[in-house]
Each structure stands twice: as structure tokens, then as C-alpha cells.
Design a protein around this ligand. Structure first.
Ligand code: MN
Length: 250
């Protein structure tokens, strides 16, 4: 099995190294990741300037672009054929609720899912994980992959968004299927002055408030006793609203 790996924290991130260590047990890996941290870059692709690709060690490629660029250039150029599996992460920090729209980790996986490649995004609910946190996260990823590979392939345009709590979990790793919950970031626009006296702005940065809706990813990650797996789809159409308008149209 050929496995393509990417992330948004950059090719040197600990989470990517951990994901590679686990994925190597399941097949032949190729790592294609941004040359630097591109967190919160969403599904951006680079079409207005050049990309550089550097093989920093065998089968590890650093790309001067986004996670979606990495998946794209992997599928359509670096690899001889589409990979059998696409893994993104392990992100430093959870990707819950609306985070999935901002996340480069999720986008890197979705870029492959839209081509029918089974894709999973992994995130650890800790921005500054310790070595011990990574040990727990790796075991969770291994168990989730083992479960996933015994199930039917994902339909085209669908992927799994996996969030791992910071706390150690029993073995085998307990997990539950969830829907997107809510993550509210308190609004903050910080106005500062540069050394020339000109203003600049820094947005965000305050800790989020997680919702506790039943069966939601944000609730499960707050409880810290299970891994949360949310099936995501590319199709953002509101089918209920569409159907109601179809009914009322003439
Ligand atoms: Mn990130």
C-alpha cells in the first residue's frame, strides 16, 4: 500500500514525524509537506507564483506551498499513481467545529478525498505536545488506522476528521463517531505600532470556547476519554433547504 502524508505545521513538525512512524507500519510512505508552518491556510492553492520542491531525504519532499499544493503535486506529479491512502497531520492542536474550514490539515486530506482517495486528517488537542503526548497520540493513530483499513473505502468527496484528546487513553483506543460541534473564538483585534510608528494589527489569539452539543466533536474532546471521528464531505450544499425550495418552485 502506498501512503501519501502531508500536514500544515510544516515538514519539520513533530506531529508529521510521528504520523510517518505509524504509517510506515502499514505501507510505503511518501511525505510531501509545506516547507514551513502553514496552519490556518485552509484550502488555498498556489497558482500565481512558482512552487519549489526539495527532497530533503528519501521520499520526504518540502514544498514552498500549502497543504493542498502538497497533496496536489504529490498526486499529479511526484507519485507515479494515486496513493492508496492519504493521511494529514498529526496537527499540533485540535480541529473541531468551524476549525475544519480554517484548517490546512483538513484541507490537505480533502484535496485527495475529492479525487476519491481515502483520506484522514489527524489532530492532537494540544498546541505544545510533550514527548509523552506524542506516544499516546501515535498509539491512537495506529488503532484508528487499523480499524479504518478493515472497513469499506470512503465514497469520493468524503473524509474522516480525527481528533485525539491530550489525555492518555486505554488500549485499544476508544473512539466515537461525532458531528461537528461549535468552537467560538472571542473576537480580538490587537492594534500595535511598528518601530516606524505605523499601526499594524494582530487578530485572534484568545482561547476558544467549546460547545457541548450531544455527539459533537467539541464535547468528546472536552471529555478527554475518547477519540472523536467526524465524517466530512466536500458538498457543503444545504440539501434540506434546496429540497424545500424545489418543492415550492413551479
Ligand atoms: Mn497546524
Amino acid at each position: 500500500m502506498n501512503i501519501l502524508l502531508t500536514n500544515d505545521d510544516g515538514i519539520h513538525a513533530d506531529g508529521l514525524r510521528c504520523l510517518a512512524e505509524v504509517a510506515s507500519q502499514f505501507g510505503d510512505i511518501t511525505v510531501i509537506a509545506p516547507s514551513e508552518n502553514r496552519s490556518a491556510i485552509s484550502h488555498a492553492i498556489t497558482i500565481h507564483h512558482a512552487l519549489r520542491v526539495k527532497e530533503i531525504k528519501p521520499n520526504w519532499y518540502a514544498v514552498t506551498g500549502t497543504p493542498s499544493d502538497c497533496t496536489y503535486i504529490g498526486m499529479h506529479h511526484i507519485l507515479d499513481q494515486h496513493p492508496d491512502l492519504l493521511l494529514s497531520g498529526i496537527n499540533h492542536g485540535a480541529n473541531l467545529g468551524i476549525d475544519v474550514l480554517y484548517s490546512g490539515t483538513v484541507a490537505g486530506a480533502m484535496e485527495g478525498a475529492q479525487h476519491g482517495i481515502p483520506a484522514l486528517a489527524f489532530s492532537l488537542a494540544e498546541y505544545t505536545p510533550t514527548a509523552e503526548d506524542w506516544v499516546h497520540a501515535k498509539r491512537a493513530v495506529e488503532d484508528i488506522l487499523r480499524w479504518f483499513l478493515t472497513h469499506s473505502p470512503l465514497p469520493k468527496g468524503k473524509m474522516l476528521n480525527v481528533n485525539i484528546p491530550k489525555a492518555p487513553l486505554p488500549s485499544p483506543t476508544p473512539f466515537t463517531m461525532t458531528r461537528l460541534g461549535t468552537v467560538q473564538y472571542p473576537p480580538q483585534v490587537d492594534k500595535r505600532l511598528d518601530p516606524n510608528g505605523k499601526p499594524y494589527y494582530w487578530i485572534g489569539g484568545l482561547p476558544p470556547v467549546y460547545g457541548s452539543q450531544a455527539n459533537s466533536d467539541s464535547a468528546v474532546i472536552q471529555q478527554k476519554d475518547k477519540v472523536s471521528i467526524t465524517p466530512l464531505q466536500l458538498d457543503l450544499t444545504d440539501h434540506d433547504m434546496l429540497a424545500s425550495w424545489d418543492d415550492s418552485s413551479t
